[in-house]
Design a protein around this ligand. Structure first.
Ligand SMILES: [Zn+2]
Length: 136
């Protein structure tokens, strides 16, 4: 088994807000991130797939296909969007780095031919990222 990772970038806005809490509770928990006008990040996504190297091509995955799947399933949906307001999965889930990684996993799982999705890593900032490896 070998792992291969492809990176992609997208820019998006979000805010943190739990509808079950009062405004004061949200401000206490989320601080500036609770401002409902939102704020933006330049996210970096790393998608890692696992498989066997094809002895003929030398590749584990069709790189062009992987790039197109990430573009179609994630970047075209998230890039330059307000995640809370425009992306369906974040009408309920708060778009934290953790929840974004889980949502991207769900968008990609089973869609990359001949490989198994191994890890989705989402950087919100260069010094902050979340890894999702699927259900334990
Ligand atoms: Zn933020």
């Amino acid at each position: 088994m070998i792992l291969l990772t492809r990176k992609a970038d997208f820019s998006a806005a979000h805010y943190y807000w739990n509808e079950a809490w009062t405004a004061e509770e949200n401000e206490r928990a989320f601080g500036k991130c609770s401002n409902r006008n939102g704020h933006g990040h330049n996210y970096t996504l790393e998608v890692t797939v696992a498989g066997e190297v094809d002895p003929v091509s030398g590749f584990v995955v069709d790189l062009k296909a992987l790039k197109e799947i990430i573009e179609r399933e994630v970047v075209s949906v998230y890039d330059h969007r307000h995640l809370n307001l425009e992306v369906p999965e974040f009408r309920q889930a708060i778009p934290t780095t953790e929840n974004i990684a889980i949502a991207i996993w769900r968008r990609l799982e089973g869609k990359v031919p001949g490989t198994k999705l191994h890890r989705v890593r989402v950087y919100e900032m260069p010094d902050l990222f979340a890894d999702y490896l699927g259900e334990a």
